[in-house]
Design a protein around this ligand. Structure first.
Ligand code: 8Y7
Length: 278
């Protein structure tokens, strides 16, 4: 199973690590645009050398409570990096955005996948994705980033997410997007309490019934911190790797992570064991 990401291949027959490249500048840094872009490129090249199969570039933080970013600001952050990086690496680049104009500019600049935490629900996003004909990851979120962690409620988290995807897939296909271009992601931490996230990971295999590639992002998230006695973000590596292996065993094709090398090694071992006969 090979996904064509605007001419760059993503081979899903082995576990794929998606390296996270955030280009949300820290407002206390006055390093300047060029230094920041250089640092981002260097980090991306490191992730590729460490075995990342795809790089996910995002210019708007979607963390709980995060501020929205204007379209122009998002374009200014991500487009120069995508242009430079697309020339340097053979692995595909994914654009983490929910804005149709950012999707268009990113694909023109060399991105080959859309990663949309809003699952193409922003006006104009369905049309943009259909016209761009690159693979699209539809992520589930309950609520919106600013308020999603206030009081998330589910009847049955897995069943509710399955129903959401069935509806979104139908909308996408009706809009002319080929089913073979779609991926799904249950959106760990997006409008989910700890127990919802745990139920979702334990029962992730049930999402395989959608017959679409599964993408999963758990790396360094607060669910890991919560299970490790409130470990801080920099103390979540080993827990994150364990969660990535569990997700892979339950059918995840792509693991979105910050720590590429540890995750690649863990998945390489898991794959070698799972693929042995008998
Ligand atoms: C996810 C994501 C984030 C995720 C997909 C973080 C952009 C928060 N999480 N995209 N983005 N899946 N597909 O902690 O879980 O990385 S942002």
């Amino acid at each position: 199973m090979i996904l064509n990401c605007a001419g760059k291949a993503l081979n899903l027959s082995s576990p794929c690590v998606m390296g996270i490249l955030n280009v949300t500048p820290d407002s206390f840094s006055d390093g300047g645009v060029f230094l920041e872009a250089d640092a981002a490129l260097e980090q991306a090249l490191r992730m590729v050398a460490d075995g990342a199969a795809i790089i996910d570039i995002g210019g708007e933080s979607t963390r709980p409570g995060a501020q929205a970013v204007s379209e122009q600001e998002e374009l200014d952050r991500v487009i120069p990096i995508i242009e430079a990086l697309a020339k340097e690496i053979d692995v595909p680049i994914s654009i983490d955005t929910n804005k149709p104009e950012v999707m268009r500019a990113a694909v023109s600049a060399g991105a080959g996948m859309i990663n949309d935490v809003m699952a193409l629900q922003v006006p104009g996003a369905l049309e943009a994705a259909q016209q761009l004909s690159v693979p699209v990851c539809l992520m589930h979120m309950q609520g919106e980033p600013r308020t999603m962690q206030q009081n998330p409620q589910y009847q049955d988290v897995v069943a509710d997410i399955l129903a959401f995807f069935e509806q979104r897939i139908e909308v996408c296909v009706s809009a002319g997007i080929e089913r073979s271009m779609l991926l799904v992601d249950p959106g760990f931490g997006f409008g989910k309490r700890l127990e919802h996230n745990q139920q979702l990971l334990k029962n992730l295999g049930k999402l395989q019934q959608l017959k679409l590639p599964l993408l999963v992002g758990i790396s360094r998230k607060s669910m890991i911190g919560a299970m490790l006695n409130d470990a801080s973000v920099d103390q979540r590596l080993h827990g994150s790797v364990a969660a990535a292996v569990m997700a892979y065993e339950r059918g995840a094709a792509i693991l979105r992570v910050h720590d590429v090398k540890p995750t690649v090694d863990a998945l390489t071992v898991a794959e070698a064991v799972l693929n042995i006969d008998n």
